[in-house]
Design a binder for this molecule. Structure first.
Ligand code: GDP
Length: 300
């Protein structure tokens, strides 16, 4: 929690502290509620969620009458967690139960941290005693396969790659084939993310999924989004959700933004839970997303 706190300090100092300060004012007049609303919107909590939170807070604060800092913190904690959805299943389905490897596709626009996330996830799984094969299906970005292979070597996972500019679907297919042959637990496939041609991406990603499914169903499609891109990230998310069924979201670069509220808006937008969060560039900076711990870090 200490580490989470320090990594989320930018969101904490604006969103968490901002809300607590505003709510502890002697008089909670219309202007103050507007400021609370603005604080939430600025942190990318999103319009719908902001409205819901403000409504709930207003009702509960009224019932409370006088407010001690502890009471306020507790109330805000509860309402934020409720908004994030403590009941959502955030398990990354990375191990199949019926033998054969689980297949995880990692998708997202270039630069969001897709390859890094794939590498970090491999590291987490290997540390858990799992055997992992990596598929470097991002054949368009020249350095992506090298970058993934470096991660693979570092964590002890074999990387399947194809010729530069080659067919991503065929690399993905080969990676799963290799995973089956090697009897591994998980095949993580890093895909290409050129969004400038939406149709191209649709075709390509759809094809990757279809081709991989010749081996069996895909267990997890993780959409990686850069938390610092705000509304843009939500637009990207929508495009990807049209192409493939996203099963989980990875929000990266939460360490570099005050807009931690994106966790809430992106889940609402896609109806898919945030499963993992990226908290830095280091190998250990990928964490499971836990609403309670996240909110505690936000509230300082
Ligand atoms: P890709 O094009 O989506 O595969 O992106 P990369 O994996 O190459 O990452 C792009 C940049 O983002 C790299 O410099 C990463 O180190 C950085 N990055 C990835 N995840 C995080 C994160 O959680 N926090 C921070 N601060 N940087 C990250």
């Amino acid at each position: 929690l200490v580490r989470l706190r320090s990594r989320l300090s930018r969101s904490q100092s604006t969103l968490g502290k901002g809300l607590l300060t505003l709510l502890s004012r002697d008089r909670l007049d219309e202007d103050t509620w507007e400021e609370i609303e603005e604080t939430l919107l600025t942190a990318d909590v999103g319009v719908g969620a902001t409205q819901e939170l403000v409504d709930n807070l207003r009702t509960r604060v009224k019932v409370l009458g006088t407010r001690t800092p502890d009471e306020l913190r507790g109330l805000l904690r509860e309402e934020l967690i409720k908004l994030i959805g403590p009941e959502l299943d955030r398990t990354v389905h990375s191990v199949k139960t019926d033998g054969g490897p689980a297949v995880v596709l990692v998708v997202g626009v270039n630069g969001v941290g897709k390859t890094t996330t794939t590498g970090k996830l491999a590291r987490v799984l290997v540390a858990d005693g799992r055997k992992v094969v990596l598929g470097a299906a991002d054949t368009f970005r020249a350095a992506a396969a090298d970058q993934l292979q470096t991660w693979g070597e570092r964590v002890g996972a074999h990387t399947v790659r194809g010729p530069e500019g080659g067919d991503p679907a065929s690399v993905a297919f080969d990676a799963v084939k290799q995973g089956i042959a090697d009897g591994v637990d998980t095949v993580l496939v890093d895909t290409a993310g050129r969004l400038h041609t939406k149709t191209g991406l649709m075709d390509e990603l759809g094809k990757v999924k279809r081709v991989v499914e010749k081996h069996g169903p895909v267990d997890e499609v993780l959409l990686v989004l850069d938390a610092t891109t705000g509304q843009n990230g939500l637009v990207q998310a929508r495009v990807f959700a049209e192409v493939v069924d996203i099963t989980g979201i990875v929000l990266t670069k939460l360490d570099g933004t005050a807009k931690g509220g994106i966790v809430i808006s992106v889940q609402r937008e896609l109806g898919v839970p945030v499963k993992l969060i990226g908290l830095g560039e280091g190998a250990d900076d990928l964490a499971p997303f836990e609403p309670g711990a996240f909110v505690d870090a936000l509230l300082g």
